[in-house]
Write a new protein. Structure first.
Length: 361
């Protein structure tokens, strides 16, 4: 039996229960979790904003050690340190063939199947195919990535979502160049990673925007040169900071229509606004036909950092080893499984950075 955080239905209270986790089958890997990050997507699933098959074990951002492997697994072996990948590419669908593995048509299949059971025999789904809020999990071999040397195993959990997404948004989706200016809306784990990544890319002006004034110190620690409290005047303030032009790049890491609209308006003529946050289905954003033509801005979405994790994790590990990217600075709270509801409350209130669940303690 394995301790895990279970969500029986959207809106229901979380439960910590012992679940029956079977041994890995062909092509599967059993992982003993060391740590798991608390992501906004987990919170969205508890509230029903992000649809998910239930009941499920929450958590999709994790790292740990291979406990056992099923028949036919060749990429890892027991004892290997690994990062979990919640969107493993099939390498055969149309998107994968177009070299867009982050849009893989089959990546979500694992989250709809059953992988474990409650004590009464009720089947359980793994949250986003991973189920990382548990002492152990069983995943497809494509969902485990060997952890490069020199990266701490606990904070490496953040590589599974926040860091890949934030780093990829800057380097893959927007392709920020040295000397450009950047504005970042929302300073959770992903937004803070965008700040660090913009600094790595050589951005000369990095403007952080958040609703919470307490985030200013954290923003500057991660590379922000300026900090603004989010309100209706934010686009004007960004233009003032950037010599009247607006930022070359805006990153929306909140997932709200009003923040997307503000990020667009804060971008210079011909600039790029990249939507990283996951918004609600009914939350609409509107633009006039004239402004679309006049400003010639590019509005684009970014899914999982537009990354191929197989390639990006070793690349990011190089920045971690060199000290250019600081994983530990992203973590503001180290907690246990029982503290996850409180971590969700902090996240909903906009307090702190990433909460890291330590499972091997």
């Amino acid at each position: 039996m394995v301790r895990a955080v279970v969500l029986r239905s959207a809106g229901a209270p979380l439960e910590i229960v012992d679940i029956d986790l079977p041994e890995p089958g062909p092509g599967q890997v059993r992982v003993r979790l060391t740590a798991a990050g608390v992501c906004h997507s987990d919170l969205s699933m508890t509230r029903g904003m992000l649809r998910a098959a239930v009941p499920l074990v929450l958590g999709h951002e994790g790292a740990g050690t291979v406990a056992s492997v099923g028949e036919g697994v060749t990429g890892v072996r027991p004892g290997d340190a690994v990062v979990l990948n919640w969107a493993p590419a099939c390498r055969s669908c149309a998107c994968c063939a177009a070299d867009e593995p982050w849009l893989c048509e089959n990546a979500a299949a694992a989250s709809t199947g059953l992988y474990a059971a409650l004590p009464d025999g009720t089947g359980l789904h793994p949250g986003l195919g991973v189920g990382a809020f548990a002492e152990e999990t069983v995943v497809d071999q494509r969902a485990v990535l060997p952890l490069p040397a020199g990266v701490p195993l606990d904070s490496a959990a953040l590589l599974g979502c926040a860091v890949l997404t934030g780093y990829g948004a800057v380097h893959n989706a927007a392709r920020v160049r040295a000397g450009e200016s950047v504005v970042v809306y929302g300073l959770g784990g992903i937004g803070l990673t965008v700040l660090q990544s913009a600094r790595i890319a050589g951005a000369v002006r990095v403007i952080a925007v958040d609703v919470s004034p307490e985030k200013e110190e954290l923003a500057r620690l991660h590379g922000a040169t300026d900090f603004l409290l989010a309100d209706d005047s934010t686009p004007k303030a960004v233009r003032e900071i950037t010599g009247g032009r607006g930022a070359d790049h805006a990153f929306e890491c909140v997932g709200r229509g009003d923040a997307i609209r503000s990020a667009w308006s804060a971008t210079r003529r011909g600039g790029r606004a990249t939507v990283v946050g996951i918004g609600g289905k009914q939350d609409m954003v509107s633009f006039s036909a004239l402004e679309l033509f006049h400003y010639a801005r590019t509005l684009t979405a970014c899914v999982y950092g537009n990354c191929d994790p197989v390639e990006s994790v070793p690349e990011i590990a190089g920045h971690i080893r060199s000290g250019r990217l600081d994983l530990d600075a992203l973590v503001t709270d180290r907690i246990g499984l029982e503290d996850i509801p409180e971590a969700f409350e902090r996240m909903a209130a906009g307090r702190g950075g990433r909460s890291l669940v330590l499972l091997d303690r």
